[in-house]
Design a protein around this ligand. Structure first.
Ligand code: ATP
Ligand code: MG
Length: 662
């Protein structure tokens, strides 16, 4: 029995309804965080299906994390709609490529997916006699990722890097040499990386008429969530899918662009109405997610932003009942900060908030450890989300290897079920693990291993639940291993009940009742290697993404030193708006009476040589830098910032706050 299409329209505001009812064709929803963009598109899909204007299997909805795709499927299911493909770009490509593999790879099997690029990049560098340390390999790996996402080939790299003013980790000609070596090495190993997966799908469609025809007959309505983070390679894939047809709905928030380091650009979103004639453009301003207090802070964080998104930004208007004020706390060191967060989590749990409704979000995955420890110390369950860390854990890598082995074994013995024998075998094979589902180890490493494995088990169960045929290992195992690989790439970790620990990047599109944004100190956020104005703007947007994840409770914190007894010389994140900082802390920003008053004061005061914020200190008029900026800066950086600030000053767009110097 079909659900009522009118019920799908209930619970939407006028603009969202307009998005749902817009005729088939290009639709673009440009709106801020929490305004119901994802809601509007899921309801648009559901309405199309329930009115029988659209067949569910003709819809392809794509987004960027497996969790977001899962959430979309969940929302569709709740609206009574089944059979819509809602996937990440990678998962959609993998599925199509696997189907067309015999055709595309000329009878050969589909190559295996390479999960850890960095190792192969390191090997390629060594072969080319390029010496690199770990950070060097990491930077070079991201640079190669950027190039591939920007559709740049090794021989075009030097020119492209110059055109894009890339800050290259090595001289550009050396990057090109290692890049070429990496491509050769992969070919020799018979593996493809995640960018190759998308590229191969693009070429499959572009070069094979029959593949294109089949794909275009299958999918006729396209939806992209978080479109602000699309990169040129994904855009090319989207165009290959559409094949000149225009039944495409995109939604995004340019202020949430946080993947420009991989070549993503909000420009595709901003230019959409220009590229698609007759596109219906809808703007949403009402924020349904967060309290007005959280919304106010979000507006303040992003108001001074000067990225590409500034021209399309709308002020969010909070719709929810008032809640507690966001709190900013500072601590002498990181363990003290983590202990306070853990204690607060415990209080929240005691007051009836469920662990799944709490998140601790940080800038880098390396910060996770301290919080895992602090939560374990007070006995609060947690789950680490955010990819890398989870999939880099030795036990998870080991399990994946064993699963791969089991896949081959299962081909020989199709009776082996994925839910039972295999996972048992995996667990049994992992030495030193006392695995009892009803009795988790108390804490520490054993607990981590236990959680990682129970998460894997749950994933296996999800795979079977999604398609009972997967219970047959011959069918299920390859699918499960693919799913793991796709999730590893999408930085997605399966769910278990617990406080979420995750990176800001992995938190996009999600929401929790209580959110802790931790480590908000200069050097961590903004991260020390963010130097150019564009990179700093991306850091600001990351903070904005973090703030807008909270429904009700929001705690922001930073620590003056890394470890107890350390030199407490850190400063709070420069993007924290003045109004939310505690009084009396060195480096505290002071709230102006009103924003416009702040602006006019700011213009008459001396400004920081580095970031240009107005300095307000009646006694030390000669100070040249604000307390948020590092004492050491290089002249080149300074020159760039000065030029940038100069342009802002001309437009009279100085930030609405002033800072005390210490
Ligand atoms: P983000 O930019 O973070 O991805 P979004 O714009 O996609 O946010 P949603 O996740 O769709 O926002 O919605 C945010 C929250 O507000 C959700 O909990 C959603 O159910 C709720 N919501 C959206 N629209 C309405 C509405 N018209 N009435 C009540 N609640 C709504
Ligand atoms: Mg969303």
């Amino acid at each position: 029995r079909l659900a009522d299409p009118d019920a799908v329209l209930a619970g939407l505001d006028d603009e969202q309804r307009a998005a749902v009812l817009a005729p088939r064709g290009p639709v673009c929803i440009l709106a801020g965080a929490g305004t119901g963009k994802t809601r509007a598109i899921t309801h648009r899909i559901a309405h199309g299906v329930l009115t029988q204007a659209t067949a569910p299997n003709h819809v392809l909805a794509v987004t960027f994390t497996a969790r977001a795709a899962g959430e979309m499927r969940g929302r569709l299911r709740a609206l009574g709609v089944a059979g819509v493909q809602a996937r990440t770009f990678h998962a959609a490509a993998l599925r199509q490529l696997r189907y067309f593999a015999p055709r595309v790879f000329e009878g050969r099997a589909m190559p295996e997916l390479l999960e850890t690029k960095a190792r192969v990049v390191g090997q390629a560098a060594a072969r080319e006699q390029v010496k690199l340390d770990r950070t060097g390999v990491r930077d070079l790996t991201s640079e190669i990722e950027w190039a591939k996402s920007a559709l740049v080939e090794p021989d075009g790299y030097v020119t492209a890097a110059a055109e894009a003013s890339r800050e290259t980790p090595l001289p550009p000609d050396q990057v090109a040499v290692v890049f070429a070596g990496y491509e050769r090495l992969k070919r020799r190993m018979g593996v493809i990386d995640f960018e190759d997966l998308l590229r191969a799908t693009v070429w499959a469609i572009e070069d094979h008429r029959d593949v294109a025809d089949q794909i275009r007959a299958q999918y006729r309505h396209f939806v992209v969530d978080e479109y602000q983070d699309v990169n040129p390679l994904q855009q090319r894939l989207l165009e290959a899918w559409c094949g000149g047809r225009d039944d495409l709905t995109v939604v995004g928030d340019a202020s949430q662009t946080i993947y420009s380091f991989t070549g993503a650009s909000a420009q595709y979103l901003i230019d959409f109405p220009r590229r698609h004639r007759g596109a219906v453009v809808i703007r949403l301003e009402r924020d349904y997610r967060s309290t007005p207090q959280v919304v106010g802070l979000a507006n303040d964080v992003i108001a001074a932003g000067r990225g590409v998104e500034a021209s399309v930004r709308l002020q969010l208007v909070g719709q929810r009942a008032p809640g507690p004020k966001p709190r900013v706390s500072h601590y002498p060191d990181e363990p003290a900060e983590a202990a306070a967060v853990a204690a607060r989590c415990k209080e929240l749990l005691a007051s009836g908030v469920s662990a799944a409704e709490i998140a601790v979000l940080f800038r880098t995955n390396a910060q996770s450890e301290t919080y895992e420890q602090a939560l374990a110390d007070v006995g609060v369950p947690y789950v680490v989300r955010g990819g890398e860390r989870f999939f880099e854990r030795p036990e998870v890598r080991e399990a994946m290897m064993l699963l791969r082995g089991a896949t081959r074994a299962a081909e020989a013995d199709a009776a082996d079920g994925i839910g039972t024998t295999t996972v048992d075998a995996v667990i049994g094979a992992l030495s030193g693990l006392d695995w009892r589902p009803d009795k988790p180890p108390a804490g520490g490493a054993a607990r981590e291993r236990w959680e990682a494995l129970s998460a894997l088990l749950r994933l296996a169960e999800e795979t079977v639940a999604a398609d009972p045929a997967a219970a047959d290992a011959a069918v299920g195992m390859p699918r499960f291993v693919d799913e793991l690989a796709a999730r590893a790439s999408a930085q997605h970790v399966p769910t278990v009940e617990g406080v979420t620990l995750g990176s800001l990047h992995a938190a996009k599109g999600l929401e929790w009742d209580a959110v802790f944004l931790v480590g908000l100190a200069e050097g961590t956020l903004p991260i020390s290697f963010a130097k150019t104005p564009a990179q700093l703007e991306e850091e600001r947007r990351l903070l904005y993404v973090g703030v807008t994840r909270a429904r009700v409770h929001l705690w922001l914190s930073w620590a003056a030193a890394r470890s107890p007894g350390g030199r407490g010389s850190r400063r709070p994140c420069r993007f924290l708006p003045a109004v939310s900082l505690p009084a009396g802390v060195p480096g505290t920003a002071v709230a102006p009476a009103s924003k416009s008053a702040g602006r006019s004061t700011a213009r008459s005061l001396p400004t920081c040589r580095i970031c240009g914020v107005a300095l307000f200190d009646p006694t030390h008029r000669k100070l040249r830098r604000c307390s948020n900026c590092p004492a050491d800066y290089d002249e080149e950086l300074f020159e760039r910032l000065r030029t940038w600030r100069g342009a802002l000053a001309k437009e009279q767009k100085l930030p609405p706050y002033v800072v005390f110097t210490d």
